[in-house]
Every structure is written in C-alpha cells, then in structure tokens.
Ligand binder design. Structure first.
Ligand code: ZN
Length: 404
C-alpha cells in the first residue's frame, strides 16, 4: 500500500508541477522539481498550504486543462475560516465514493440496508438508478426538522443504518432515553463531520445497544479515515491520501499531537498538496488488532460547537443553523446565541456582499430554529476571533445550561 501511495504521490506532484500554475510557481520559487519529491519524507520540502492562502487564488490551483462544467464542486464548512469551493472531476468523485463504500461495508453495512441519513437539505444526493433497485437506497432527513418528526420517521422506517452528525445522533438518543421510546434497532450507526466526544459516543451506544462507528474526513478529501470494529483509532485510506501530523513544521513522533496535513492523491482537477485541515490528531505505528494493515490515526481536536436551547426549552444541534457558507457575500462568520430568543451573527464581508446577504443569512438561521420566535441580528465585523487551534467556533451559546 505504501508503494502504491508513493507512486501516486510522484504522479500527482509531477502533474501539479506541469499543469497547475500555483504549484509551478511555488516549485520554481523553491528551486524544486518534481524529481525532488520521491517519497512521503521528501514532502517536507514543500510548505504547508492553508485554506486562507488559496482563498483568493483558487483559480490558480485548478489544473489548466480542466473542463469546469464537467466537474462537481463541494464547499468546505466555515469552521476553519472562509469557505472554499473545491472542484472534483469524475474520477476524483469516483474515488471518494468508492472509499466511502469501502468503509461502509467494512463497518458492517450491507448493499440492501435501509439507511437513514440526517444532513442539510443542500447535501441530499440525487436518486440514482440503483437506488430504485433497493441498493444503497437512502432516505435523507433534514437536520432542520423537529426531533419528534425524526423519531416518528425512524419508527416508521425502522432503519438498519443511521448516519449523521454526532450532535444530531446525540439529540435523538437523548430523546429516546427520556421518552422511553422502543422499537428502534439499527444494526449500524455511522457518524461524521464533528468531533465525537466520549460521552456522546457512550450515550448513543447505550441507547441503541450497539457500538457506533465514527469517520473522519473533509469536503476537500471526502471521508479518509474510519473506525473498524476494534475502535483502536481510525484506519487511513493511504492509497488515496498522505496524512501528516505536523508540529513546528516537523513531523511528530507516533502518539504525539500534530496538525493534520493532507495531500490528496486522487484529484487531478484541483490538487491539494500538504493542505492543513485545521484539526489536531496523532498517528499510531502499531498494527490494529483487526488485522487490517491500513495505519491508524486519532482525532484530538476538531469541530466542536455548542448546542442551542430554544425559548420552548427544545435543544437543537449546532448543525441546524450553521450553514452560512451557502450564503453569497459572507467571508467568515460566527453565530452567538445571546439569550434563548436572541441570536447574533457576526460576519466578515465577502466580495459578493450586499443587503441581500444579511436577509439570506437571517432566513438560513431562522429555518433551523423550528419556527420558534427568535430575534436574529447581523453584525459586520473586521475579524472573527479564533480559538487556540486556529478554528472558528462557528456556533457559540451563552445560554447557561449544561446539555451534555
Ligand atoms: Zn482495525
């Protein structure tokens, strides 16, 4: 697997050098040529790339011969700064989807399982021909919906598999326990896109009587690390990504904390080389007791936002309201719940900013507040403060109530 990884690394480096203006200029300025990067250890000659560095020059990082109309795009979340739109060609999407299937099957998923997936309606996938045959057919439920509707949908469908953000799964588990709801027996629960705290995992596991599986990935690379049944960490898809753990510009030792820096080996449309995801993790050189040889990593710091308590006392997941990356004209944002019925949105202006931006942002947030009477105000600021990991906590609640 390592040989495959390094061969693919050499290929994408060479491709990026000859076809992507940003890397061509970068290599020239460093006096490097593709032949200087022969293996993973040589990567440290290339500086780490941050999202903000390519924010305003994302065109330069797209390969010159790409037909953009045939590409799929994906927008990163606002939690690590300004959203970035990443382009994928057909092969890159195929890679992401096939890796997703690998970890789905490795976690115990079956081809004809009934699957419920909680997410933002913007991320609902289109129905494909094989869904009509019952293969990998998913029922998408909106995170904007009320928890009681989620429960009744779950009871109606009786899914084999439930997928979603940890915060939504926690809310569902909590409601099931509080109301003593019976009749839900999923075989598999998969979570993604947020840090999964131990207490949240315990709650979900004890509610459903199974061991859930967490996955790690990003909009830029898809899911690339996933748990096996041993839960010793997350197996990395090393044939498709190089994952480094960096502290003070050096690779850390096994078990030590480092910034997670990823090189994608599969997206020739928009190659991302040594790209910092803004999360902190560690890696392990010991082989997993499951027998799989894909190496293990752990996530130590990642996306964590506060839950919100609405005036009625209803608790909602931060994922209900923090999708402002879909609103044109916002560069960065932070949503602060000041009182149960008061939400302040701080935004920094993006290039397409207009008065419409403010009303769209308010609408987006209001749609996640389950119809409750909330006063939403928008404040334009020059800068959004970051926490010590460099991330923006996109949703902060000042309403004092211990939820978890
Ligand atoms: Zn394993």
């Amino acid at each position: 697997m390592k040989k495959i990884q390094e061969k693919k690394l050499r290929t994408i480096i060479k491709y990026a050098y000859y076809n992507v203006e940003y890397y061509h200029d970068l290599f020239k300025s460093l006096n490097l040529t593709p032949s200087d990067i022969k293996n993973v250890n040589d990567l440290n000659q290339i500086p780490i790339l941050t999202k903000s560095q390519i924010q305003n020059k994302s065109q330069k990082i797209i390969a010159c011969n790409v037909d953009k109309n045939s590409c799929t795009s994906s927008t990163t979340s606002g939690s690590s700064g300004k959203p970035l739109t990443v382009l994928f060609d057909k092969n890159a999407m195929g890679n992401i989807k096939s890796r997703h299937l690998r970890n789905y099957f490795e976690s115990g998923g079956h081809l004809r399982d009934r699957i419920i997936h909680f997410t933002n309606p913007n991320r609902f996938a289109h129905t494909k021909w094989f869904h009509h045959l019952g293969f990998l057919s998913k029922k998408y439920l909106s995170v904007f919906d009320k928890i009681d509707n989620h429960i009744s949908n779950l009871l109606d469908i009786s899914p084999d598999v439930i997928e979603g953000y940890p915060s939504i799964l926690w809310l569902i588990a909590n409601t099931i326990q509080d109301k003593n709801i019976e009749g839900l027996n999923p075989r598999l629960i998969l979570s993604t896109a947020e840090l999964l705290p131990q207490n949240v995992r315990k709650k979900i596991n004890s509610t459903f009587g199974i061991e859930m599986f967490d996955q790690y990935g990003s909009a830029e690379f898809g899911t690339f690390a996933w748990e096996c049944q041993e839960h010793n960490g997350y197996h990395m898809d090393i044939e498709s990504v190089v994952v480094e753990f960096i502290k003070n510009e050096e690779n850390v030792s096994p078990g030590e904390k480092g910034d997670i820096v990823v090189t994608g080996l599969f997206n020739f449309t928009m190659p991302l080389i040594r790209y910092s995801l803004g999360d902190v993790g560690s890696y392990n050189i010991e082989q997993c007791s499951c027998g799989r040889r894909l190496p293990l990593m752990k996530i130590i710091e990642g996306r964590t936002d506060d839950f919100l308590v609405l005036p009625s006392g209803t608790i909602i997941s931060p994922r209900n309201i923090n999708f402002l990356e879909n609103v044109d004209g916002i560069s960065e944002y932070r949503i602060i719940q000041k009182k149960p019925n008061k939400i302040l949105v701080q935004v920094t202006k993006g290039t397409d900013f207009s008065q419409k931006t403010i009303s769209l942002a308010k609408d987006e947030i209001r749609s996640g507040c389950l119809g409750e009477d909330i006063i939403i105000s928008v404040e334009i600021v020059d800068q959004i403060p970051r926490d010590k990991s460099g991330k923006i906590r996109a949703v902060v609640s000042e309403v004092k109530k211990t939820i978890i």
